[in-house]
Design a protein around this ligand. Structure first.
Ligand code: NI
Length: 154
């Protein structure tokens, strides 16, 4: 377990397409542990995607600090989106900036857990926002691409 360096915008790695995970061996397990450690070390983040530590794999972790604990998503696919909500987002790769982004009110996501077992999850409110935000990272998309109006500096 280790804390990795978070890549900051405008590093080009944040704009690349991440690759499917096919191997759930020790390297992937270490990467997932490191993502969790790095997220917790950040202090104020609720999600972190693998490209944000410079590794182009389709993995992100979310910790909403609720009873569910850390959620790990490998090879996620958002299979349905319903409704609309807007909220203020930030990103560990764009420290100090905030902006309003419109996202679906609910999403259904299919993914694999860290052992490779498939699962499906329906999410709403902040968890839906977070899943969409992190999933975008896997496709090289940042929340600043979607901000409505001004990007605000904290
Ligand atoms: Ni982000």
């Amino acid at each position: 377990m280790a804390i990795r360096k978070i890549v900051l915008d405008p590093d080009p790695v944040l704009r690349k397409q991440a690759r499917e995970v096919t191997d759930f061996g020790p390297r992937t397990q270490t990467l997932i542990d490191d993502l969790i450690d790095t997220l917790h070390h950040s202090g104020n983040g609720i999600g972190l995607a693998s490209p944000q530590v410079g590794v182009l794999r389709r993995i992100f972790v979310i910790d909403m600090q609720d009873e569910a604990g850390v959620r790990v998503f490998v090879n996620p696919r958002i299979i349905s989106r319903k409704g609309q909500q807007s909220s203020t987002e930030g990103c560990l790769s764009i420290p100090g900036y905030w902006g309003e982004v419109e996202r679906p009110a609910t999403v259904k996501v299919q993914a694999q857990d860290r052992q490779g077992h498939p699962f499906e999850l329906e999410a709403e409110e902040l968890l839906a926002v977070c899943i969409c935000h992190e999933n975008d990272h896997l496709d090289g998309v940042l929340f600043t691409d979607k901000v409505i109006g001004e990007l605000v500096k904290a």
